[in-house]
Design a protein around this ligand. Structure first.
Ligand SMILES: C[S@@+](CC[C@H](N)C(=O)[O-])C[C@H]1O[C@@H](n2cnc3c(N)ncnc32)[C@H](O)[C@@H]1O
Length: 396
């Protein structure tokens, strides 16, 4: 038995030293290998290791958030990744040396920095991505805000007798932040949190998978004259998707419209590419653009339980003409037994913030049909650990 394990250790050690650089590995190969590694890990580890992970994994985000607050990552970004002694670092950040040393010890133990001597630190690649204004840095801020809700989830269910949340105004979020506002109203009153949210929504292709217009044959099917509206991106955030669409099809005729709440549209810093009109619009009110060729919503409806999702779908349906098409681009939870942990976790996340849920493909189709749409086709796609689908729906 010992020799089987020692052979395995040698094989893995040699596989590690022969591993190609991360940017040369295809996503599908990476996920396949990680799947096997995960299975190996769960077969090998004694129960105390997963128990430790369950009990202690939340410290990571908190300590990174503290290091952000002290200015640790910004100091290393500013010095372009130069190794620093504790003394030098301390003169560039907030807080006292005793705390700084403990924070740096944690971050080094978690492979964000490498401790090179008893009091000097070299940033590893991960340390350089958490600075102010970066999307991963904003992810930490945003999910740290949401983590306050996670901490109250148990209290919420003790109070409501373990009933599945269905009301977006009575989610664990309202209990945790002691508010009656919907999460999006509350965000609009907290500009720095709103900004982190907007930034997280622009997160890179790497996390998001393919753009819908790489999946759907846009050129062949979505043709309009230059004065007609080609596409309305509803809840399109700060315009990252519609700008990518314009970049992909710079010469496709037709107007492009971005819609989101005023507190999002007003934060758009760079002018959007020519040909895109940004409109502040609440999607629960009548849709102001009638008869567009296509209406598109990406990960907007998953923020809402069925009642509100149906309300907003009704507004879109009323604005559509016979040749309009609605695209709903969403996460899907598999009906199979093997739901990836990230999909199951996002479902709990949707529940705690919005009383919403991650839906299966069947649940999405049922929702669209209940809203009076015909689902013409479902375009499935598998991105890093997360299934998504583009639902193409028409009036009839
Ligand atoms: C999860 S984000 C998705 C953003 C973008 N579609 C994407 O996939 O990156 C949901 C978006 O819906 C917007 N939203 C929420 N409630 C809305 C409403 N009542 N009317 C219009 N947009 C809304 C939010 O401001 C946010 O930008």
């Amino acid at each position: 038995m010992a020799s089987v394990l020692s052979d395995l250790t040698s094989t893995l050690t040699s596989a590690l030293s022969n591993l190609p650089p991360p940017d040369k590995i295809q996503d599908a190969d990476r996920m396949q290998l990680l799947g096997v590694i995960n299975q190996l890990q769960s077969a090998l580890e004694p129960p105390q290791l997963p128990i430790q992970r369950f009990c202690f994994s939340h410290y990571g985000i908190v300590v990174i958030r503290i290091a952000q607050g002290m200015g640790v990552f910004d100091a290393f970004v500013k010095s372009q990744g130069k190794e620093m002694s504790l003394k030098e670092l301390s003169s560039n950040v907030k807080g006292d040396d005793k705390l700084l040393r403990r924070i740096m010890r944690f971050l080094s133990a978690h492979h964000i920095f490498k401790q090179t001597t008893s009091d000097s630190y070299k940033p590893l690649p991960l340390a350089m991505v958490f600075g102010t204004g970066s999307v991963p840095g904003d992810m930490i801020k945003h999910f740290h805000t949401n983590m306050q809700v996670t901490a109250k989830l148990f209290d919420y269910f003790e109070l409501n007798n373990y009933t599945n949340p269905e009301d977006a105004y009575d989610a664990p979020f309202q209990l945790a932040y002691n508010t009656k506002s919907h999460y999006f109203e509350w965000l609009s009153q907290n500009p720095t949190k709103q900004e982190a949210f907007n930034s997280v929504m622009t997160q890179s292709q790497q996390y998001r998978g393919a753009d819908w217009f790489e999946i759907y044959p846009v050129q062949e099917r979505l043709r309009v004259s230059p004065d007609q509206v080609l596409l309305v991106d509803i809840g399109g955030g700060v315009g990252h998707d519609i700008a990518a669409f314009k970049k992909h099809f710079p010469d496709l005729p037709g107007k492009l419209v971005l819609q989101d709440l005023p507190q999002v549209i007003e934060t758009i810093k760079e002018p959007l590419p020519e040909g895109i009109i940004a409109i502040s619009h609440n999607m629960f009110e009548p849709q102001p653009i009638s008869g567009a060729r296509a209406y598109y919503m990406r990960t907007v409806l998953h923020d809402f339980p069925d009642r509100q999702a149906l309300d907003t779908l009704a507004q879109i349906r009323d604005a559509m003409s016979e040749d309009s098409v609605l695209f709903v681009h969403e996460h899907t939870v598999s009906e199979d037994l093997d739901v990836p942990p990230i999909a199951a976790t996002l479902d709990i996340h949707m529940m705690e913030i919005f009383s919403s849920l991650e839906r299966t493909e069947k649940e999405w189709i049922a929702l669209l049909e209940k809203a009076g749409f015909k689902v013409v086709k479902v375009w499935n796609e598998e991105s890093v650990g997360q299934s998504t689908a583009l639902f193409e729906a028409t009036l009839h």
